[in-house]
Ligand binder design. Structure first.
Ligand SMILES: [Zn+2]
Length: 285
């Protein structure tokens, strides 16, 4: 996928507002110039600093960026499609998705928020029992860019514990809230004995209420034939701000596309499938 700028570059859910300044800051790049005995042209200093800040920002938020470690962001074949859902579980929406997936023999990956998993352990169990994969989306939907190493560790661990308390196996895959990564995250993923970080190749701006037709039109860009790899699509079954978020447009749009994708011969895969995880270091376009 192309680097910035791209219409696919975006934020999952609402933009973060909290600015817990705990060390690394993608916005740091402004140089204070001190010069003894004269006026110094600041631009030779400011421009590299600005470029460095730009690269760091791209590394933190670009779905295809691997500056801060490898990520999974597409499937290995255009015949496979990985549907992923963030910000659940959501008792208002997730059960409807599970029924829809059963109808079309589709499997998906759900990146759960730990505090919601603790509130709905039965639903967590149900997602897993019906053949879907559970992933870690932190405990509180924290913006990890501004978290300390200890903060990242706690966010990952508490979500792992919440999912494990509802079922037996803690998640192996993680998606950072808003897609934001920091230089510390990759090491903490490995320390937590998790497999890796999952980004996406297709984002559909589905986190706000909207007519289903709008999302149906955006999803038409997913799973197009003739490309060297398949899409990882990010959607939302929950709202990170509260349980019960309205995502009926997501259910309706998938009700439209699932039979069409199935009839087109697409295979629905979860992130732990070799068809996905082997693609992590595949040549990219
Ligand atoms: Zn999220």
């Amino acid at each position: 996928m192309a680097a910035l700028p791209s219409p696919e570059i975006g934020f999952i859910g609402e933009r973060p507002t909290a600015r817990e300044n705990t060390g690394w800051n993608a916005g740091q790049g402004r140089a204070k110039i001190n010069c003894i005995g004269g006026v110094l042209n600041p631009w030779p200093f400011i421009l590299p600093a600005t470029a460095a800040a730009g690269i760091a920002t791209w590394g933190a938020v670009g779905p295809s960026a691997e500056l801060f470690g490898p990520t999974v962001r597409h499937t290995a074949s255009a015949k496979t499609l990985a549907l992923t859902f963030d910000d659940g579980p959501n008792p208002a929406v997730t059960p409807r998705l599970l029924d829809l997936f059963d109808r079309y023999s589709a499997r998906a990956t759900f990146f759960l928020i730990g505090k919601f998993a603790r509130a709905c352990p039965d639903l967590v169990r149900e997602i897993s029992a019906r053949g879907h994969l559970l992933g870690n989306h932190t405990d509180t939907h924290a913006n990890l860019i501004f978290q300390s190493r200890a903060g990242i560790r706690e966010e990952l661990a508490r979500c792992q514990e919440a999912v494990a308390a509802a079922r037996s196996d803690p998640p192996r895959w993680m998606r950072p809230p808003y897609g934001y990564r920091s230089p510390l995250l990759d090491g903490e993923i490995r320390r937590a004995d998790m497999q890796g970080i999952v980004m996406w190749s297709r984002i559909c701006w589905d986190w706000k209420p909207q007519p289903p037709e709008r999302l149906i039109a955006r999803l038409a860009r997913a799973a197009r034939p003739g490309r060297p790899h398949g899409d990882i699509v990010v959607l939302h079954d929950g709202d990170h701000r509260a349980l019960g978020g309205d995502r009926h447009h997501v259910v309706a749009a998938l009700g439209h596309w699932l039979p069409r994708w199935r009839d087109a011969g697409l295979e629905f895969v979860t992130i732990d499938s070799p068809a996905v995880s082997d693609s992590a270091r595949a040549p990219r376009i």
